[in-house]
Design a protein around this ligand. Structure first.
Ligand code: B12
Length: 431
C-alpha cells in the first residue's frame, strides 16, 4: 500500500466522554469502525483515533473524517465533527444514532450514512473524490438470511492495547423485536448468518486464543450455530458472546457451547417478572429459572443483564430481582436502568406520554434515569438500582453464587472479584 501525499486518507473516530484509566486495556475495539475500514478501498490510508486511547488529531489534515455514534456518544461526536468542519475538513457520521436521527446528525456532518456501511461506503468515497458528495447515503434494509461481509481490517488497532482485537460476527440481526431495542426496527427482522466456512477462515487468521463474537444473538438459530461451535472446538479457541436464554432449550446446543471453549455467555433476562406483555423472549414452555439452571449445570459461565424501570415495576422489583438471583445463581448479574433510545417504540411511547425528562443524549447511558417511571419516582428507581448492584456484589452474594457453580469455580470467583470493584466504587461515588 502506498503512503504518498496524494493517497486519500480516512480518519475514523470512536468518541468517548470519559477516560477509563487502566480499564481501557480491557475494552474491545469498535467493530463498527473495523467494518467501515474493511469496506474502504485498499488504496486509501486508514487511521483510527479511539478516544479511549488517543487524542483526536483535530488540527491535522485528512481527506475525510468518519465518526461513529451510539446515542450516549452523539454529543461528543458532534463536538469532534464541528471541530473538523470548522477547519474545512469533510465529516461523515454513521452508526446507530445518526441512522435513527439523520436530520440531527446532518447539522454536524457533510453526509450521513443510514444503516450498514458496506453497501454504500465505496460509492460515498468515490462521490467525495469526484466532488459530488450527497447528504444522505441510505443502505437498503437487509433481506434474506445470507450475510457476506468483508474481513475486518484489524491493523487499524496496531499499537493500541485492548482485551483482544479478535472480534467478529457470525450473524447480524435478531429474531425478536423487543420494545426497548433498536436492532429489529432499524436493521430489519431478517436474521442473517455468514457461511460457516467463511467464519472458519476468519478464525484461522487469528493468532491468539481469545475471540469474542459480537453478534446480537450468536446462538439464535441453533442449526446454524452448531457447525460454528464444532469448528471452535476443533481449533481449541476460547470464545465469548451474546445470546438469548432460550438456547438452553436445546440440550445438544448447551453441550456444544460447554465443550467449545466458551468463556462466558451474556444474555438479557431484562425483567424477572418476565411478564410484560410485549416481551417475546421469555420462555416458551420452560421458565427462566429452569434455563439458567441448565446452563449452570453444564458449567457455562453466564452473565445475565437485568433492566429496572419497566412499566410493571414498582418498588418491590428490587427485592424480587435479588431473590430471583439468589435462587437461580447465574455467574454474573449486571443491572441497567431502562433507557428509551430514540427510534424504539419505547421512546415513542414515553415521548408521546410526556414522560421523558430531557433529551440530553450523553445521559442516555443506562446508568441515569431519563424518564418518569410509571410506578415509582425517578429517584427511587435510581436508588434501587444502585443498592441492587451493591447487594449482588456483596461477599455473601458472591460466595453463594460461586457455591452454586462448582463446575466453573475459579473462573466465577475471578470474574466476580473483577466486577465487585467497579460496583463498589460506583456506589461510593453516587450515594
Ligand atoms: C457488540 C455490541 C456491544 C459491544 C461493543 C464492542 C465493540 N467495541 O465493538 C459491547 C458489549 C462492549 C457494547 C457495549 C455497549 N452497548 Co452495545 N451493542 C453491541 C451490538 C450487539 C452490536 C454492535 C456491533 O458491533 N455491530 C456490528 C457492526 C459492524 O455494526 P454497527 O455497529 O451497526 O455498524 C455498522 C453501521 O451502523 C455503520 N456504521 C457504524 N458506525 C459508522 C461510522 C461511519 C463513519 C459510517 C460511514 C458507518 C458506520 O456501518 C457499520 C458496518 O456496517 C449492538 C446491537 C446492534 N446490532 O447494533 C449493541 C448496541 C450498539 N449497544 C448499545 C448500547 C446501549 C451499549 C451500551 C451503552 C450499554 C451499556 N450501558 O452497557 C454499551 C456502551 C459501551 C461503550 N463503549 O460506550 C445499543 C445502542 C443504542 C443507542 N441508540 O445508542 C445497541 C444498538 C443495542 C440495543 N439493542 O439497543 N455493545
Amino acid at each position: 500500500m502506498n503512503n504518498s501525499p496524494s493517497q486519500p486518507h480516512l480518519l475514523l473516530v470512536y468518541p468517548s466522554t470519559h477516560k477509563l484509566g487502566w480499564a481501557r486495556y480491557f475494552q474491545l475495539p469498535s467493530l463498527s469502525l473495523k467494518q467501515v475500514a474493511a469496506a474502504t478501498p485498499l488504496n486509501w490510508r486508514v487511521t483510527l483515533a479511539d478516544e479511549l486511547h488517543d487524542t483526536v488529531p483535530v488540527n491535522e489534515n485528512f481527506t475525510v473524517v468518519g465518526i461513529t455514534a451510539m446515542t450516549h456518544q452523539a454529543t461528543r461526536a458532534y463536538e469532534i465533527a464541528d471541530a473538523f468542519r470548522n477547519r474545512g475538513i469533510t465529516v461523515i457520521l454513521g452508526g446507530i444514532h445518526p441512522t435513527v436521527l439523520p436530520g440531527e446528525a446532518l447539522n454536524h456532518a457533510d453526509a450521513v450514512v443510514i444503516g450498514e456501511a458496506e453497501p454504500v461506503w465505496e460509492t460515498l468515497l468515490d462521490d467525495l473524490l469526484q466532488g459530488n458528495l450527497q447528504k444522505i447515503y441510505r443502505a437498503p434494509l437487509p433481506e434474506g438470511n445470507r450475510l457476506s461481509i468483508p474481513w475486518a481490517r484489524r491493523e487499524i488497532f496496531d499499537g493500541k492495547r485492548y482485551l483482544t482485537t479478535q472480534t467478529l460476527q457470525a450473524s447480524r440481526g435478531c429474531p425478536y423485536d423487543c420494545p426497548f431495542c433498536i436492532v429489529t426496527p432499524y436493521f430489519g427482522n431478517s436474521f442473517r448468518y455468514r457461511d460457516p466456512d467463511e467464519i472458519a477462515a476468519e478464525l484461522q487468521s487469528f493468532d491468539k486464543k481469545l475471540t469474542i463474537f459480537l453478534d446480537d444473538n450468536i446462538l439464535g438459530d441453533p442449526e446454524r450455530a452448531k457447525p460454528i461451535l464444532e469448528r471452535m472446538k476443533e481449533r481449541n479457541i476460547r470464545w465469548g458472546g451474546q445470546a438469548n436464554l432460550r438456547f438452553a432449550e436445546d440440550p445438544e446446543l448447551v453441550r456444544l457451547v460447554a465443550d467449545s471453549g466458551c468463556i462466558g455467555i451474556f444474555v438479557g433476562i431484562e425483567s424477572v417478572t418476565g411478564l410484560h406483555a410485549n416481551h417475546p423472549k421469555t420462555a416458551n414452555g420452560s421458565s427462566q429459572s429452569d434455563l439458567i439452571k441448565k446452563i449452570r449445570d453444564a458449567g457455562i459461565v453466564l452473565e445475565t443483564s437485568i433492566i429496572f424501570g419497566f412499566d410493571d415495576h414498582d418498588e418491590s422489583i428490587f427485592e424480587k430481582t435479588l431473590r430471583f438471583l439468589q435462587e437461580t445463581a447465574p455467574s454474573l448479574p449486571t443491572f441497567h436502568l431502562l433507557t428509551p433510545y430514540p427510534g424504539t417504540s419505547l421512546f415513542k411511547q414515553f415521548d408521546e406520554e410526556g414522560r421523558l425528562l430531557h433529551k440530553d443524549w450523553k445521559r442516555y447511558n443506562h446508568s441515569e434515569v431519563v424518564y418518569h417511571p410509571k410506578l415509582m419516582t425517578p429517584e427511587r428507581l435510581y436508588k434501587g438500582w444502585l443498592e441492587a448492584r451493591q447487594e449482588a456484589y456483596s461477599w455473601s452474594s458472591i460466595f453463594s453464587r460461586i457455591k452454586a457453580n462448582p463446575r466453573s469455580l475459579f473462573t466465577n470467583l475471578a470474574y466476580n472479584i473483577l466486577r465487585k470493584g467497579p460496583n463498589d466504587s460506583l456506589a461510593k461515588e453516587r450515594t
